[in-house]
Write a protein that binds this ligand. Structure first.
Ligand SMILES: *Cc1c(COP(=O)(O)O)cnc(C)c1O
Length: 364
């Protein structure tokens, strides 16, 4: 079988070492005679997995002690509602920055729960850049400011986190969490669906500052109250046990095989540079994003002549070479290479070489 490199935006590639370890332990976890999927979520063996997963992510992200780490369900999309439900408790106002389809959805959902204002968006330029947000744009009375740190579909990213003064930032970090060191203390709340950089779908990670917990109004469903999950250490009900176990293996891989987030950052930067450089030098393709806002995780590119047929041929021929899931999101078109943590340098190199070879073959 030819080696397959999966450029899917999510669910996306997992580190091969992690999959192998899970395979080894699948049927008989630590001599229990059972799989992790069969363990009681109240058992000692499973509690150990939860504790390890939390300790590892705290270590990797250097999470301060006044933040809780929660392992929840419902995806990032549930956080679009859960965050406003729990946090719109003061002025009931929040400021949202729209930089792509996901932040647009977050903004729409939040309107159900308070007075939501738009401060700066990337509109007009096909969401190809990140607006500059300054402190004076932020309503000092707002309960929070919401941003999406990496725009999975548009391929843009906040390389610098805006200064919002005393107003806490709520960040959807689904597609770039763990891709490089982040100063957690710059945020009030971070959330991420697992299926991009953490592990399999089904798990949603939430990192939330203590003072933002415990103010949800009575009407908020029990399952959507951060306080319940914080008090019950994410086992108020049955958690997504196998996904948490896989996340733990990914965290171990990040620490022990990669060497932590500073090293991960270097590798991600190298991968992104190689790919952007190749596309820039290409006569057939171009990127869709302004240079200073380019994502290191999601790289959309299109035909310079808007040649849909050429794009379709590229995707088809790439697939034959084991370069999978390169079709762009329908709203942007063209191609998108998602090169998350688990994508090795060799995979990006193979794609870069393929782009060059394709060009030689098809340049008319
Ligand atoms: C994938 C993604 C989502 C949606 O996540 P779900 O877990 O499917 O709800 C939201 N925001 C961003 C930035 C994403 O990349």
């Amino acid at each position: 079988m030819t080696t397959v490199y999966n450029f899917s935006a999510g669910p996306s590639a997992l580190p091969k070492d992690v999959l192998k370890k899970a395979q080894e332990e699948l049927v008989n976890y630590k001599n229990s005679g059972m799989s992790v999927m069969e363990l009681s979520h109240r058992s000692g063996l499973f509690s150990e997995i939860m504790d390890d997963a939390e300790a590892l992510i705290r270590e990797l992200m250097e999470i301060p002690d006044n933040y809780k780490v929660l392992f929840l369900q419902g995806g990032a999309s549930t956080q679009f509602a859960m965050a406003p439900m729990n946090l719109l408790t003061g002025s009931k106002k929040a400021d949202y920055v729209i930089t792509g389809s996901w932040s647009q959805k977050a903004y729409q959902e939040a309107q159900k729960y308070g007075d939501i204002r738009l401060i700066g968006d990337s509109e007009g330029e096909v969401l190809s850049h990140i607006p500059k947000i300054t402190k004076d744009q932020v309503d000092p009375e707002a309960d929070y400011v919401h941003i999406t740190t990496n725009n999975t579909i548009e391929g843009t990213t906040f390389h610098d986190i805006p200064d919002t003064g005393d107003v806490p930032i709520v960040a959807d970090m689904s597609s770039n969490i763990l891709s490089r060191p982040m100063d957690v203390s710059q945020f009030g709340l971070i959330y991420a669906g697992a299926q991009k950089n953490i592990g399999p779908a089904g798990l949603t990670l939430v990192i939330v500052r203590d003072d933002l917990i415990g103010h949800a109004p009575d009407w908020v469903p029990t399952m959507l109250d951060y306080k319940i999950h914080a008090e019950k250490k994410s086992v108020y009900n049955t958690p997504p046990a196998f996904s948490i176990y896989m996340a733990k293996l990914v965290f171990e891989w990040l620490r022990d095989e990669v060497g932590g987030l500073y090293e991960m950052e270097k590798r991600n930067q190298q991968k992104a540079e190689l790919l952007y450089q190749t596309i820039e030098q290409s006569a057939l393709f171009k990127t869709t994003v302004e240079k200073e806002d380019r994502s290191w995780m999601n790289v959309p590119f299109v035909s310079v002549d808007d040649d849909k047929e050429l794009e379709a041929t590229f995707i088809k021929e790439a697939k034959e070479e084991g370069l999978e899931t390169l079709k762009g999101h329908r709203s942007v078109g063209g191609m998108r290479a998602s090169i998350y943590n688990a994508m090795p340098y060799e995979g990006v190199k193979k794609l870069a070489e393929f782009i060059e070879a394709f060009e030689k073959k098809h340049r008319g």
